[in-house]
Design a protein around this ligand. Structure first.
Ligand code: HEM
Length: 345
């Protein structure tokens, strides 16, 4: 089996296996407590513990260098002006750093600047190739659609866990369900979520270069989220479940008075189980890029190394030889060799 097939099909069968486990488990009334209460609590526990553990490990790691990635003129002599874009790309103050992080987190700015590079046939020289770069926005669009749709779906789901449902969530539900083509109203975010995940996976599969760098750890979360989205859509529009009973179960979990109402429907347990696996898997996966962006030294540091000394926390005591000491020692020889000196004597 070739590289792509091995990584893709292992992930696909893993997700299908989870679906089968949840489906079969929900058929046995005695296991519904396990799938409806034990698994969700366990998943949240693993999620929180894993998340906190990894954040603590990252936060405690020494950052030996001041290494912000910059894409604009650094602050320099007063008459060299910098526009707002440069101030955000090369933040010299905390205010601009916050602006940069906000654009990164809320608008995926660095992905927006994504370039594609390819060798293409050179029309001027049929024998040769030409290296071309062009601005490629589709990945940014797919990523932003996916992340915002995911956020809206999660916020909307909070109606299951709250009573009364807070006003902002109700409003979100009305706006999201604006397109009332069918009954029940189609939630745009659910559809966008599934379409965006399909696109993000299709690009990995169809591009030979992406296929070559994609592992099971890349396909598995995409397929898992796809499974969650598809099972949710099936549950809402085709295999209806008892929403009142779902809410009873969700509220029970949220208030630590778990109950498992009878007759919710197997598809709900499949959906819930996949969500639980996603939560438990999160801290051990690439999905940690979400909290990781805040702890990334190349993003979260002010670019002030021209005027602030950044001390490496790993430094052991070293006797420094400062320039004035050096010049004191070699001044005579420097003057004789016509090397400029700061002090004449
Ligand atoms: C990562 C978390 C989750 C994601 C991404 C997700 C995704 C979805 C999606 C895309 C739908 C289709 C309809 C819509 O757009 O709302 C849906 C429906 C549904 N989900 Fe989830 N879900 C998640 C967590 C949960 C949890 C924890 C529960 C348990 C209470 C749940 C229960 C349901 C139910 C009952 C429906 C049918 C809704 C209806 O008929 O109105 N989901 N989900």
């Amino acid at each position: 089996m070739d590289f792509f097939k091995r990584h893709f099909f292992v992930s696909l069968f893993a997700v299908l296996g989870l679906v089968v486990v949840a489906y079969l488990g929900s058929q046995a009334a005695s296991l519904q407590v396990f799938f409806g209460v034990v698994v969700p609590y366990l998943a949240v526990l693993i999620f929180l513990e894993g998340l906190i553990y990894r954040i603590i490990v990252w936060a405690r790691s020494p950052v030996p260098f001041r290494i912000p990635t910059t894409a604009g003129q650094n602050k320099t002599l007063p008459w060299i002006e910098r526009d707002l874009g440069e101030q955000l790309d090369n933040p010299a103050t905390f205010k601009h750093l916050v602006g940069r992080m906000a654009l990164e987190v809320l608008a995926f700015r660095s992905l927006f600047r994504n370039l594609r590079t390819e060798l293409r046939k050179d029309p001027a020289d049929p024998e040769g190739d030409r290296l071309i770069h062009w601005s490629y926005k589709w990945l940014w669009l797919g990523a932003i659609a996916f992340h915002y749709a995911f956020l809206v779906v999660i916020l909307r789901h909070l109606r299951f866990f709250t009573e009364p449902v807070p006003m902002p969530f109700q409003l979100l539900e009305h706006v999201d369900g604006f397109f009332q083509f069918f009954t029940p109203a189609v939630y745009l975010s659910g559809v966008v979520l599934v379409v965006a995940v399909f696109y993000l996976m299709a690009r990995r599969i169809t591009s030979p270069t992406l296929r070559y760098i994609s592992l099971a750890a890349d396909y598995f979360p995409l397929l898992l989220i796809l499974g969650i989205g598809i099972s949710g859509i099936l549950m809402r529009y085709i295999y209806k479940v008892d929403i009142v009973a779902v809410k009873e179960l969700a509220l029970g979990l949220a208030t630590f008075h778990p109950v498992v109402p009878a007759g919710i429907g197997a598809i709900f347990y499949v959906h819930l189980f996949l969500v639980c696996v996603l939560f438990a898997y999160f801290p051990f996966s690439k999905l940690m890029h979400a909290p990781g962006v805040f702890l990334s030294p190349s993003r979260n540091m002010v670019s002030n190394n021209r005027w602030v000394l950044h001390v490496n926390p790993w430094n052991y005591p070293v006797k420094f030889h400062h320039y004035d000491e050096y010049e004191d020692r070699f001044r005579e020889a420097m003057i004789e060799a016509d090397i400029p000196v700061e002090k004449e004597s």
